[in-house]
Design a binder for this molecule. Structure first.
Ligand SMILES: Cc1cc2nc3c(=O)[nH]c(=O)nc-3n(C[C@H](O)[C@H](O)[C@H](O)COP(=O)(O)OP(=O)(O)OC[C@H]3O[C@@H](n4cnc5c(N)ncnc54)[C@H](O)[C@@H]3O)c2cc1C
Length: 490
């Protein structure tokens, strides 16, 4: 059954549904799936477009269409740090549609720390059972190396040479080359839709009406014709992602501020030019189903650092090189086969805050100097790993840094870069609305919004802290935990 939009309903429709879920990403889909299993009536309202009828021939145009803010939301430092471009999906399936599909678990030591600090009542054993439940519902596998994954092969060989720990990534996939990624669209949302649950795309929630500590109705806009609709409900689940959930609540004056609880990973992306051709990915098509990296180099995982291959299509490499000279960009176009790109992911120590400013989310963060040290390590470690007879130069994401041709030049850069000149991105945000064992906490351990008896948060906002690993599975596990816990009280 296809996903719908508000055009399928007559104007006079009076929507009155027991449970409304705002957002169809990792958190929203999982909540709806759990509610459906409990035989509870529900609907999902999704701001972004349907993905079924898109023209995938152009990567750039699809990023503009399927991401919030045409691709990147700026995270703006309030203490001299760099602007970080934050990517978040906005379409049916949310960020799970656009993401790389890595399946990772929050490590036990991080989880136990959350438990010790009273940030969750969920124990690691129970959490692991929820992860197993997800694995029984969605295919998770490792992928095979193909002719377009030479970047991954090189990562593997060079890591082995240094005896650095490297292993295959688990991914939401069947493991069969050419098959689609197992995102929310293909799994929970398809199942729900086939079983009569409405998933309405191009449907933006503008206003939450409340009375005496209870949410009563929503004002919703059909983005295709700007008509407004009213939705009544018994319970409201907000799953708009770690930035848009606190934003929607602030815009509606249901919370004052969300402290400095927004945590994120930093992606430090490097571009390498190899002396011989290594990159045979000639595609210009947007294909979020395709595996990105086959391996994760995990030698420094306890410090929150992971290294993987990045997208190898020319438009992605050019977009990452946008701050380099025309000469460098021309060479990338001419010699694309010689170029590869990698992501060194850092569990950032910096924390951010989301505010509603002129009806838009404004994200500020305080740059933690520990992240300067992490970036130094990123430069030093990647130069140690990659510089060899087969590498011509590395382009680091530091403005005006140019070609770095040796480990010595890389060491020099690592000692002398200015933080303001860094070009960093992030695609993993979390914990902006997390439970805290103090009186200022905006939510309780069941994701219930303080002072409102029927508003629950079940997306990335609610997880207790920085996972250091790809967060989707953890978000889904917390969404399941909360929705299952609530089953008797809804
Ligand atoms: C490029 C990229 C790669 C990533 N790779 C991985 C990976 O490999 N593995 C991994 O584990 N994680 C990955 N992530 C992160 C992961 O996808 C997210 O952490 C996760 O999807 C967040 O879940 P969520 O439910 O909080 O929000 P989302 O999945 O972002 O969903 C939120 C949805 O809410 C909708 N929404 C917002 N406001 C409104 C409103 N007012 N009305 C209606 N709808 C609204 C949005 O349009 C969006 O669709 C990646 C993310 C990106 C962007």
């Amino acid at each position: 059954m296809p996903f719908k939009n508000l055009n399928s309903f007559d104007d006079s429709n009076d929507f009155n549904i027991e449970n409304i879920i705002i957002g169809s990403g990792a958190g929203g889909s999982t909540t709806a799936f759990e509610l459906f299993k409990q035989k509870k009536e529900c609907i999902i309202l999704e701001d972004g477009p349907n993905v079924n009828d898109l023209d995938f021939s152009n990567i750039g145009k699809n990023i503009i269409k399927l991401y919030k803010n045409n691709g990147a939301t700026p995270l703006i430092s309030n203490n001299g740090g760099p602007i970080i471009g934050y990517g978040q999906g906005s379409c049916v399936g949310g960020s799970t549609y656009v993401n790389a599909g890595y399946f990772s678990n929050t490590p036990e030591w991080i989880f136990n720390k959350w438990f010790k600090e009273n940030k969750t009542i969920l124990k690691f054993d129970h959490f692991s059972n929820l992860i197993d439940e997800i694995k029984s519902e969605i295919k998770v596998n490792t992928d095979q190396l193909t002719s377009v994954d030479n970047d991954s092969k090189i990562l593997f060989e060079k890591s082995k040479k240094l005896n650095w720990q490297i292993e295959k990534c688990e991914r939401y996939s069947s493991g069969i080359v050419g098959e689609e990624k197992q995102n929310m669209n293909k799994t929970y949302l398809s199942y729900l839709s086939e079983n009569g649950v409405n998933i309405l795309h191009d449907t933006r929630v503008l206003k939450i009406n409340t009375q005496n500590g209870e949410a009563k109705s929503l004002i919703v806009e059909n983005r295709l014709n700007l008509k407004k609709y009213k939705f009544k409900f018994k319970n409201l689940f907000i799953c708009c992602g770690p930035i848009n959930t606190p934003f929607l609540l602030q815009k509606n004056r249901l919370i004052d501020n969300n402290e400095n609880n927004f945590e994120f990973h930093i992606n430090f992306k490097i571009i390498l030019k190899f002396k011989k051709p290594i990159n045979f990915n000639k595609s210009f098509k947007y294909n979020p189903d395709h595996p990105v990296s086959i391996y994760f180099m995990r030698e420094f995982e306890k410090e929150g650092a992971l290294l993987s291959a990045a997208n190898s299509e020319l438009p992605y490499i050019l977009a990452t090189a946008s701050h380099f000279s025309d000469e460098i960009k021309k060479d990338i176009i001419k010699n694309h086969e010689h170029y590869g790109m990698y992501i060194y992911q850092i569990k950032s120590n910096s924390h951010g805050q989301i505010k509603s400013f002129l009806n838009n989310p404004y994200v500020s963060y305080s740059f933690d100097e520990k992240d300067t040290l992490e970036i130094k390590k990123a430069i030093e470690r990647t130069s140690k790993l990659f510089f060899d007879d087969d590498v011509d130069f590395i382009l680091y994401p530091v403005e005006n840094s140019g070609h770095i041709k040796s480990q010595k030049e890389a060491m020099n850069l690592s000692q002398n870069f200015q933080k303001k000149k860094l070009h960093l991105v992030s695609v993993h945000g979390m914990s902006s609305m997390r439970y805290a064992p103090n009186k200022n906490s905006l939510t309780d351990f069941n994701g219930k919004l303080k002072d409102f008896k029927n508003i629950f948060i079940t997306d990335a906002s609610i997880i207790p802290g920085n996972t250091g690993e790809s967060p989707q599975a953890t978000i889904m596990a917390f969404s399941k935990f909360i929705t299952k816990n609530l089953s008797n009280s809804l």
